[in-house]
Design a protein around this ligand. Structure first.
Ligand code: CO
Length: 505
């Protein structure tokens, strides 16, 4: 069933949200903190909340008086909030990438950014400079004794999980070759085949594209001689056409990729007029495809991938996928077109109405017939959705996501929504008018049995304080458990993860 869009009257963008508050988050982070106690402004931090919230995102948006063209071009900065005994401590560090070190020394941009940032000097200075700066700004996860700062076009940077000091580029004990693409969107299999794993991929794109699917152990298993971080499964599959794959999803038997119908025209990039990502455009009349790759840990190990026509539009992020009654079902956030900021637009002044909003849709793929049907699940603009980590790859009842304050149309993300897939009911906590949310992270209560027993950790840009709050919501009813005033002003961020357990010293 597709929900028809009703006609509603909405306020024009300038009155819908406070643009000055929203834009005030785009600033350089000037300090690096170590274990600074965090002030609890209201509520109490649950004593059972023990572990570390790691977040990644752009932290350096300006050099030598020049702004990045798009915040996604900002250098990666890791924030860690460690929780123990009802208290929280905050640390942050920039990832010491080669580009960051060189540009810090020079005091200006030395590299072009994928999203359109150019070196000073115009097209002449940028033409034929096709180097990419690994800015390590997209996601941060724990694997073995490493913290990995991820950026999808090249290998990860390894960091010390406690001090956040950069150890350097990592090829994961020889798994990756030099400069090999390694996705910023690993999925954590909670134990579909016994022990938990990190499943991830790398894409080598071209007229034919190759996906490398990798599964890593996330726990030591002394009896089997396996250490956390060991590669357990590794397969490569090639597909026709250019591939732009930011995210994917897993079920016990499948890795699910959605190849959007996009074309890449590299000429403006080569000629120094556009960043590489600005050369992506929807391909009119193109056919999007689901690529279903059998997991080598699953029931279809060794089989060929299956290709299924997918709906048109554009997807960055998936929520979750699962198998049910001979179908593979995947919930994703769909855009009607590829959203891009052109070369002449200041992102701080971007017209939200000119950019398509993200909408939650469900695709059900009948595995026998290869037919896909699509259902719109809600009309509210959303991004950054997740299920309880124990339900990853399984049929989850609840999902939590960032949403816009108004119920239709594109706007900045200001609220958190919990959606009940069984009833379709939604519940919302809002940071409006002066708060703007980043990706919510769901933390299950240890020993809890209900799927929504736990908390949702939400970084909120507080426009009144011009700094970042960390809001702890109860996962079940989204009531406020605590508001922590971080001693940092963190630009609107990208992805993060929770590592449970005793805080490291
Ligand atoms: Co992402």
């Amino acid at each position: 069933m597709v929900v028809a869009r009703s006609t509603v009257t909405v306020a024009s963008a300038p009155t819908r949200f406070n643009r000055a508050d929203w834009a005030s988050a785009f600033r350089n982070v000037e300090q690096e903190l170590s274990q600074v106690p965090v002030r609890v402004a209201s509520g109490t931090v649950p004593v059972e909340l023990e572990g570390c919230l790691y977040r990644n995102g752009p932290g350096r948006l300006e050099r030598g008086g020049q702004s990045v063209h798009h915040p996604f071009d900002g250098d990666g900065m890791i924030t860690a909030v460690q929780f123990a005994a009802g208290e929280a401590r905050c640390s942050n560090r920039f990832v010491r990438t080669e580009g960051w070190e060189a540009e810090e020394q020079a005091g200006r941009f030395l590299y072009r950014g994928v999203f359109g940032t150019q070196k000073p000097g115009g097209a002449m200075a940028n033409a034929f400079d096709l180097r990419l700066k690994n800015i390590a700004n997209t996601h941060v996860v724990r694997l073995g004794d490493q913290l990995l700062a991820l950026w999808e076009a090249a290998e990860p940077h390894a960091l010390d999980p406690a001090s956040l000091e950069t150890r350097g580029l990592s090829r994961l004990d020889g798994v990756l070759s030099k400069g090999e693409a390694f996705s910023a969107h690993p999925r954590f299999d909670p134990g579909h085949h016994g022990s938990p794993r990190m499943v991830t991929f790398g894409v080598k794109t071209g007229p034919r594209s190759t996906i490398r699917l990798m599964e890593f152990a996330t726990e030591d298993d002394a009896a089997a001689g396996i250490r956390a971080g060991d590669l357990l499964c590794d397969r490569r599959d090639s597909f026709n056409g250019f591939a732009f794959l930011h995210d994917f999803a897993i079920t016990p038997n499948w890795a699910v990729f959605l190849q959007n119908a996009v074309a890449f025209n590299p000429l403006p990039f080569v000629m120094g007029q556009k960043g590489a990502a600005q050369c992506l455009a929807s391909k009119p009349g193109g056919q999007a495809m689901f690529w279903l790759v059998p997991r080598d840990s699953g029931a279809h190990a060794g089989e060929e991938p299956r290709l299924v026509p997918a709906p048109e539009g554009f997807v960055f992020h998936h929520v979750n996928a699962w198998e049910e009654n001979g179908a593979l079902v995947i919930d994703s956030i769909h855009y009607s077109d590829f959203p891009s900021i052109g070369p002449d637009v200041d992102f701080r002044a971007v017209d939200f109405d000119s950019i398509p909003e993200g909408l939650l849709k469900r695709c059900s793929i009948d595995l026998a017939s290869g037919q896909c049907s699509t259902e719109l699940l809600g009309e509210r603009c959303c991004e950054f959705a997740m299920v309880n980590p124990a339900e990853q790859g399984l049929k989850a009842r609840y999902a939590w996501m960032a949403v816009a304050e108004r119920e239709q149309g594109n706007d900045p993300l200001q609220a958190i929504q919990k959606r009940d897939a069984q009833t379709g009911a939604t519940r919302v906590w809002s940071a409006a008018p002066r708060g703007f949310v980043s990706e919510p992270i769901v933390v299950a209560r240890l020993g809890g049995t209900a799927e929504d027993d736990g908390w949702v950790l939400v970084p909120v840009w507080n426009g009144a304080r011009e700094a970042t709050d960390l809001v702890i919501l109860r996962a079940d009813d989204l009531s406020e458990q605590a508001v922590l005033e971080l001693p940092l002003a963190i630009p609107h961020g990208l992805h993060g993860s929770w590592v449970a357990g005793p805080v490291m010293v």
